[in-house]
Structures are given as C-alpha cells and as structure tokens.
Ligand binder design. Sequence first.
Ligand SMILES: Cc1ncc(COP(=O)(O)O)c(C=O)c1O
Length: 426
Amino acid sequence: MNTSIETRCVQGGYRPGNGEPRQIPIVQSTTFKYDSSSEMGKLFDLEAEGYFYTRLQNPTNDHVAAKIAELEGGTAAMLTSSGQAANFFAVFNIAGCGDHVVASSAIYGGTFNLLAVTMARMGIETTFVSPRCNDAELEAAFKPNTKCVFGETIANPALAVFDIERFAQAAHAHGVPLIVDNTFPTPINCRPFEWGADIVTHSTTKYMDGHGCGVGGAVVDSGHFDWTTHAESFPGLTTPDESYHGVIYTERFGLEGAFITKATSQLMRDFGAIQSPQNAFYLNLGLESLHVRMRQHCDNGQALAEYLNGHPKISWVRYPGLPGDESYVLAQKYMPHGTCGVVSFGVAGGRAKAEEFMGNLKLAQIATHVADARTCCLHPASSTHRQMTDAELEAAGISGDLVRLSCGIEATQDLIEDVEQALAAI
Ligand SMILES: Cc1ncc(COP(=O)(O)O)c(C=O)c1O
C-alpha cells in the first residue's frame, strides 16, 4: 500500500503478524541461538538472513531503520550509535586511504572536524567548497580519486540550504554519489533522494528522537547509484570481499542492498558503533509523532524569525523560511512546507548583550543541543567557542552577538513573550 509520509511515521517499518505485539518489541539480547553450527555458518557467509550478534544487527534496530528508509524513500537503512558514526560510515564505506572527498564548507562543526582532521589522518583528503561556489570552483574541487560529495540539507549552525540538485549533477558527472545529511529538515520537509542525492544520513539525536533522550544516527541508501558502472572507483562494492569468502556486494545484494549490507557487515562488525535496541525503541516513539512535531517546530521558528526581523534590539536574523534570507529561494524549492525550528540572530550591542539576553530567558533554556521538543538556546561565543577572541570568532563565521535558538513545540505566543521580555530587560 502506497501510504502518505504521515502514515509511514506512525506505522512504517514494522508489520506485526497475528497475535504479535502492536508496539515494536525491544529485543534486549546480545546473541541469538541456533540449532546447528552449519545454520549459523550460513549467516557468517552472508548466505542466509538472520541475527547472530547485536553488534551487527538486532531486530528492534532493523524495524526502526526500515521505517527511516520508508520515510526517505530509500531501499535500505541502518541505525548507528550517533550522527557522527552515521557520517563516518557513509563516507568510509566508499572512501579509504589515498581517496578524496568534496564537501560543502557549511556543515556541522563535528562533521567538519571528522573530515578535516580525523579522516585526513586516515589518509582521506577533503576539499571544502562554499555551498554558493560558482561552477568553475566546484569543478576544480574534483580530483581523479574523488569518491563522493558531501553536504548538509540545512547546515548547522549556518542555516544555509544546500542546492541538492546542483551538487548531485556535479557528483554524477564525475561518477561519484552525493551524500546528504538531512538532519535538520527531516524527511517530513525534504527528501533529498527526490532531488538526486544517493545516500542520506541523520543525527537521529535531533528531531527524529525529538525528546533529547537518545544519541543516535542513521544511514539510508536510495539504491539509485550504479556502483557497477563505476566499478573501478568502488572496488569495495564490486570486487570480492575476502573477509566474507569472496562475496561481491553488488552481485549478491543488488544496487538496492549493496551499500548498507557492506556497511553493516564490514564497518559495524569492525567499529561496533551500534545503536542500543532500547534507544532504537525510543527513537521509534519519536518517529511516530515526527510529522506532527515538525509542523509546530517550523511554525514556531517562522513566527520567531518574523518577530525578531526588524526588532530594534536585533541586528540581524538568519532563517531559511524568512523572505529575503540568503537561503529563502532554495528553501522554497526544496522544502516549501517548512524548514526547521532553528533560528540564528544577533543581539544589538554584541557579545555582552547577547549573554545578558540569554540570561533573561525563562522558557528557552541554555543547552548544547538543538531540535528538541523543549526550546533551547546557545550563545556560541560564551560556550562552545568561548576560548576564541572576537576576531577569531569572526573568522570562523560566528559573531560575538550570535544566539542560536532552537524552537521547541511549546505554544508560539509563549515563546515570543519569553523572547520579548528577555529583550525588554537588556
Ligand atoms: C547536522 C548534524 N549532523 C550530525 C551531527 C552529529 O550527530 P550526533 O551528535 O548524533 O553524533 C549533528 C549534531 O549536532 C548535526 O547537527
């Protein structure tokens, strides 16, 4: 049955049989029992489907991953222990020592560090390009050993919307896939596969969980990218894997299953960044209301951005849903029904006034987090980036007056009144 995305949020991924639990069961078991060694051996050779050890796969996780695959319109998905692990697995599944990645420079700081520092140490080089680079600059970023292009649908914290279609075309012209981190809009507001992206990742810690209760991530494959037509670039998918008795992922699992099966059977096996079944259960509870919550997050973000825009004590506002915003036109194209609940703005008077404003807030609470049901805010200059001088902050694109406010799902009027009283008192 071809259901709407709202119905998939509620019922996707798990179809109980006669007399089975209506809610996804939490399979709190590390191991699974078999009657014979030969049966278990088939699992180790990837000849049969089944579970043997939760570090690789667990039924609870698989139900929730299947729901996320349905929401994104993908063919296969896996859960990871965090968004960081999801982005690492997505890239490392196809890029190794001596390879190269093209990435948007407007991405989450943790992902930037992963690519620029940690993966560089592993011998994987990344060229960062502005999401607004011109065609010549984008073209110049590619190298013969480029294995993928990476971007974030709405960048955290820059709130720049990524031109998915344009970057997908450039990636495909070079015979490589586009990986998109779709954490901020979620599949409710944007489905990157519909615009040519090949792999989608998530920090499920954010809106998908939505209640700030479990760190997690997900990788989803569209099944669209044909690894076999670029076989020489992706030997890990198209030539025998000796650690599984010579299985060739594209041959055994097809384009729809090769990427996720390889990531599960190699990377999860060796790195072990599995999400706990208990957290996967909580994640599913979040997903059941994702479509309802996203509407309220976006309504609150939009109303707050409009309220702040032009306020005499606010020097600038950044929100992709705000007409005139640098990303407004792209937001209208890729996410016409809403973007996210995060708004960035500058408090007139700079760093000191921004700190004072934050201290005056009553409903919005200071937290190093976004995309939670409860409104939270952060003043990077005095918290995550407090070691930097104003000049260093500016070079990093973070002004001393910047406040990042993540609208929760409380009543819009209450949030605006809270901001209003906090501004009035400075
Ligand atoms: C867009 C984006 N991707 C990835 C991550 C990393 O996710 P996690 O904190 O779940 O590891 C974050 C975290 O804030 C994020 O905002």
